[in-house]
Ligand binder design. Sequence first.
Ligand code: FES
Length: 530
Amino acid sequence: MARSLISAGNRLREAIEGWFQAVFSSKYNPANYLGAVILFFMAVVLVSGIYLFIFYETNADRAYGSVESLTHDQWYAGGLMRSLHRYASDGAMLALILHAFRQLFSFRFQRNRWVAWVSGGGLLLVTLIEGISGYWMIWDTRAAWIAIRSVEFLDALPIFGEPLARAFLVNEAVSNQFFFVILFLHLFLPIPFVFAFWIHTTRVSRPIWTMPRNVLYAISLILFVLSAVKPALSEPAANLRMLPGQIGIDWFYLFLYPFFDMVSPAWAWIAFTAALAVSTLVPWLVPAGKRRAARINLRACDGCTQCYLDCPYEAIHMQARSDGRPYAKEAVVVAARCSSCSICVGSCDRAGVELPDFANLAFRRRMRDLLTPDDGTGRPRILAVRCEWTVPMEPERASPNVRPLTLPCVGFIQPRTIQHAIKLGASGVFVVGCRMGDCHYREGNAWVEQRLAGARRPSLDPGRVDPARVRAAWLAGAQTDALKRELDRFEADLKRLPPPSRPVHPGAGTGATIPNSQNRPSAPEVIAHV
Ligand code: FES
């Protein structure tokens, strides 16, 4: 049930992102840079917050006036800073929520990623409390409403001797200490945020900290225009003797308060605790199938470091050689960090890394079994290698000349695999992976694209495999029409080639290790971006 719901959400996500992809291309699609977008907004919040703090008066009688003065007397600086502070906070929360849903719908919380999921939840919670405390500091009618509902919520817990709500019975009861506490909370919360952020990114190689300049300029422009056209304003000054009338709500941060208005604090706690528990436990409620961690075959490892460089989760490190062989280093897999994505398998053309559940030998046998039977149609025989997260390709629904083979990620593919497939009788190899920027394991499709283009080791050697026999397409799960179109096009192109009776390079197809070739005659044009 939960799995079906998440899958339905993923179809919606892919459809929306597909639209973004079509408009902005994968390079400029903001959905591919949500982490960097959050960081950018946080930086704006920090800078504008420092400015506002200089003029803010931590005093029950003057807090409201100081904010009003900032907003109106120096609208060109303080007012602008306040609006930037508000809209950047909203932007950060929006990007956090979108990022969380993106990870949820694409099942990127399973296996080793539970750490990122749980710490991400902590980031969301801290950001929410930070935003709410910011609204308290203004001390207008909205702040009073938030304060009263919040303390009622807290008073439902049997931990306070004196009900906190007493502090908000009349205006005179609100003390300067209260403002110090709120200010302290507002200034202190960035510390747990940074800590949670560190945990969140600690198991990720090459986190995306930056975004393309065009995306940055576009987001900055929107932020400034919004701040200028619709400046952030206060409600009337807080008056605890009067019920608040119509209050403007920032739904990014205050969405819980209308709910608090409707239910008792006890029910609010029950709902809050249940929501927190269920969302935190998602990785265990919807677990991935069991798959063992990658392992290093030391007899084949020459310590080249490529698997270490390619791993998206810092699950491989290099250590001094332990087996006396004449290499300086050897690779070691940290099983607890391994997502079993198979990208490291593709990094090593010496078969020095293996995924136990996709053992190299068994994989080759599978490839041979797929490619050996003749379908009798005379059409080019195509090995279609796909990752399990892209468009489905059931063997029974594929054309008889197309032999689909599913892998955890196309990052598994090394040029020698392609060479072997051609040797086994494939006319061509068609690689189908997730959309660029959306690889389930972050970087598998990008690495394969670079390997095929000769820009990353181990790279495709056009002296051994005719680049025209290899093509790749990066597709979302629902792009079945695009897949068919690309496959038909590839088949038509293959028909124009001579039969792949023998390897292009003397000695190719012998099963010998392909040397990494960086000085290639030409980079093949094999990538289809759809
Ligand atoms: Fe699809 Fe990596 S998981 S390309």
